[in-house]
Ligand binder design. Structure first.
Ligand SMILES: *Cc1c(COP(=O)(O)O)cnc(C)c1O
Length: 385
């Protein structure tokens, strides 16, 4: 058996080669590299696919979050940035960018513990934090950024109910969850906006960095479109402190040609996940991903993540057998230098810390062959049994 990577982008390219090559060739011919026609086509197709009014191509998933937040500061406060008294609730068990975007928008991230079963922010912890908040205090919770980790939806019923009650905005981080649903609706359609990532390893990856803001709010749409090109409707006469954060035409062309494979690939991921779950159940030392209740959530398995106290030994063992695995994420955000003195935490974050030391993501390449999946399963069983 050859080495099994966690993801095989070469294999994916070969599968879609004709579409992608043709799309890139068109770009080479029109030479319209900045905000070319593929950008607007992708924005249109993505917003149709997700059932959301506006999609705005941006330079990365991180910038999708930063621009969403900046646009909200302008819309809600009439100010360029939030300030340190503005608190935004999120999970510490995510990629750095989620927390970092909050800092870059001027606000304070408040890290709340996760549900150990789904690995997503625990709505109960949101309620507890809001009820513990001293009404006389200067700082004020203004929003929540739920992260749909590993492709699994957060409990959007609970989160939206709490948000409405306390008048909080919700920005969904759906970098890992494009195509995933909650109660039949695409993620990204619940909050005031959502951040999509086209980072190459994501479920809809380009050939470099890229992302998209999705929103039903016409004002956010307009503000994000200004901010991504220096802060003005006219880039030679600007109104806001902006960025150069456009999506590249060539990335849009690649993503556009991969979009037609997205549902098929997400289904393939689901089949592999099902196979893992069938074959690995009943191993005492192993916790498998929570199979979402069928009606509420459609999981797109960006990662298939297991949990075990012997994580490092298992990872070494699989590596010796030629099987790549990854730890997402080894350090929770509240332990990182960048957040020291700039964050708040509520109670302890013991479940997030425990997850960091126990999780392991297995290869889940949509085009992974049956014999490869079987080999991975047999080596994991061999390790434990
Ligand atoms: C990948 C990722 C991001 C950032 O996306 P980029 O396109 O890499 O900037 C943000 N949040 C989460 C949860 C991610 O996985």
């Amino acid at each position: 058996m050859n080495r099994i990577p966690i993801l095989n982008l070469v294999r994916q390219y070969e599968y879609m080669k004709e579409d992608i090559d043709l799309a890139i060739k068109k770009c080479l011919e029109h030479q319209n590299w900045i905000l070319g026609p593929e950008i607007y086509e992708l924005e249109k197709r993505m917003s149709e696919y997700l059932g959301i009014k506006h999609g705005i191509g941006v330079s990365s998933g991180t910038d999708a979050l930063v621009l969403s937040l900046r646009a909200l500061a302008i819309k809600l406060r009439g100010r360029e940035y939030f300030d340190r008294d503005d608190e935004i609730l999120t999970t510490p068990f995510t990629f750095t960018a989620t927390g970092d975007a909050i800092l870059r928008a001027g606000a304070t991230p408040v890290f709340l513990d996760i549900d150990p079963v789904t690995f997503n922010i625990d709505p109960q912890k949101i309620k507890e934090y809001l009820s513990s908040n001293n009404p006389g205090s200067k700082s004020q919770v203004i929003g929540v950024i739920p992260v749909h980790l590993y492709g699994q939806a957060c409990d959007m019923d609970e989160i939206m109910t709490i948000a409405r009650l306390h008048k909080l905005f919700v920005i969904e981080d759906l970098a890992q969850a494009i195509g995933a649903k909650w109660n039949g609706n695409h993620l990204g359609s619940f909050g005031v906006s959502g951040g999509v990532s086209f980072f190459p390893s994501k479920n809809l990856g380009g050939f470099g960095d890229g992302g998209m803001v999705v929103t039903n709010d016409p004002e956010i749409n307009e503000l994000v479109r200004m901010l991504l090109k220096h802060g003005g409707k006219d880039k030679y006469n600007v109104d806001h402190i902006g960025y150069n954060a456009r999506l590249d035409t060539i990335q849009a062309a690649v993503v556009l040609s991969k979009l037609k494979y997205l549902d098929e690939f997400n289904q393939r991921r689901g089949k592999i996940a099902e196979k893992y779950s069938q074959a690995l159940k009943g191993i005492d030392e192993l916790t498998l991903p929570f199979p979402p209740p069928a009606r509420s959530a459609y999981h797109v398995y960006h990662q298939y993540t297991i949990k075990t106290k012997r994580r490092d030994a298992l990872q070494d063992y699989l590596k010796q057998k030629g099987i790549s695995t990854m730890v997402y994420y080894p350090v929770p955000l509240h332990k990182m230098g960048v957040f020291q003195g700039r964050m708040k935490i509520s109670g302890n974050l013991i479940r997030a810390e425990q997850a960091s030391s126990e999780v392991l993501s297995l290869p889940i390449e949509p085009l992974q062959r049956e014999d490869e999946t079987n080999f991975i399963i047999s080596k994991i069983r061999e390790f434990f049994l």
